[in-house]
Design a protein around this ligand. Sequence first.
Ligand SMILES: Cc1cc2nc3c(=O)[nH]c(=O)nc-3n(C[C@H](O)[C@H](O)[C@H](O)COP(=O)(O)OP(=O)(O)OC[C@H]3O[C@@H](n4cnc5c(N)ncnc54)[C@H](O)[C@@H]3O)c2cc1C
Length: 341
Amino acid sequence: MTTIHIVGGGIAGLTLALTLQRPEWDVIVHEHRRRPEEREVGTAFGLWPPAMTALDQIGIGAAVRDRGVHAATATIRTADDRALIHLPRQDVVMIARTTLHHLLRTALPARAHQRAGRVSDSRLLTGEVIVGADGARSVVRRDHWGRRAAARSPGTTVIRGVIESDLAHGEVTEYWGNGQLFGITPVSAHHTNWFTAFPEQRFESTEHGLRHLRHTSGHFPAQVQDTLAAARPDQTLINGIHISRTLPALVRGRTVLIGDAAHAMTPNAGRGACESILDAVALGTLLNHYPPAEALRRYRWRRLVSPQLIRATSSILMNVALASGRSARTRNSLVRTLTRG
Ligand SMILES: Cc1cc2nc3c(=O)[nH]c(=O)nc-3n(C[C@H](O)[C@H](O)[C@H](O)COP(=O)(O)OP(=O)(O)OC[C@H]3O[C@@H](n4cnc5c(N)ncnc54)[C@H](O)[C@@H]3O)c2cc1C
């Protein structure tokens, strides 16, 4: 019997467990939160076509399309509501994180065992393959690559939430202001997803965070003011974010990293979950076809470069979006000049 330990039952871990198909395998998913989605607010993921193709491959693409909504257009605008960049229709499916989690978890085959509890030292796990799918602050990464490989904070705070009305009108809009970005997207027919990022600040509570936003976001258009007016503390989350350092390889012996454990990135490009799904389906497919050592050898390079490029691009875009003062004015003129048709 081959035992595969997956540390982390988030998007990456559950997608991998769903991809693994050999009946003789013992697949154990370790998750320290009883139901990770229950403590979440149903904020949106944008799933790009390659991630949707991967979900089709493991049989849940149709359910995801059915429960999600399509974003008609995506536009980046200045805080005074002038279009900076208009992205053509991308066929991105917007879906609540909680819904995607639920779909993955309920589709798991009986042979994937879910074990509740925190893995505190992944070196003690016995088995043929140990998968670190335990997110940006991965214990597996720390155990096998050392503390110096830990993700770092870029010093950015993200506040995000969902409101119970359709203020997005089917469109993704991101406003780049003065040291702050504010995004509004659809997440279902009757709900709007919103997020904002700015240089790190601490708040006593979500009420405090929302009060601060209502006070400081007056320079954004009415769509932002209306969204903040409708936001409720119990449907709002405040996070710091973490980004990974580049590792020379994502495989060490029988241990492999996927998802945010491998390449945590700033959330503004909306690609972290997509890359997690692509990792999981790529690794699972290799494990379905080759003995574990050969599958890990092939995986070693397959998913090393492109997620790291996306991670680096996201960070650059975040810095551009959060430019302030004269840099923000220069950014706006430059982008307009470069994108003029
Ligand atoms: C504000 C924000 C907005 C985002 N928007 C988008 C978007 O629009 N599109 C997109 O593609 N991505 C987006 N992302 C990124 C996306 O959330 C992540 O890339 C994705 O969740 C990574 O999935 P994961 O399974 O690798 O990690 P996680 O979702 O972090 O899951 C890791 C799991 O491991 C568990 N765990 C951790 N340590 C242990 C342990 N020691 N023992 C047992 N269990 C453990 C955790 O409880 C968790 O359930 C966003 C991120 C943020 C912060």
